[in-house]
Design a protein around this ligand. Sequence first.
Ligand code: SF4
Ligand code: SF4
Length: 93
Amino acid sequence: MQKVEINYGPKIDYRHCNGCSECYENCPMDVFGWDKEKQLPTVDYPGECSICCFCETMCPEAAIDVLIPLHQMLDFGIHPVTLTKKSKFLGVD
Ligand code: SF4
Ligand code: SF4
């Protein structure tokens, strides 16, 4: 099966993750897997993510950033050009 790259959903910053497993146990869409060897979560099914941002909100280490798909941004009236301008303004691009 061809692997499809998904550029939205949860991204874990492993520099901050403490392996508490809250995200893995509580994601309503079962997006996360669990690496038994490392005792850390993995993002196994990002395409199933409903962008509810529950994991990002409850992570005690603020180690998760949920990336929002472009079509959802447009639904909320956020234009990519606006984001580019803002990121330049903030110096984060
Ligand atoms: S909730 Fe946060 S700290 Fe806990 S396992 Fe998930 S990413 Fe790591
Ligand atoms: S945003 Fe919601 S559905 Fe997506 S991984 Fe986090 S908890 Fe699961």
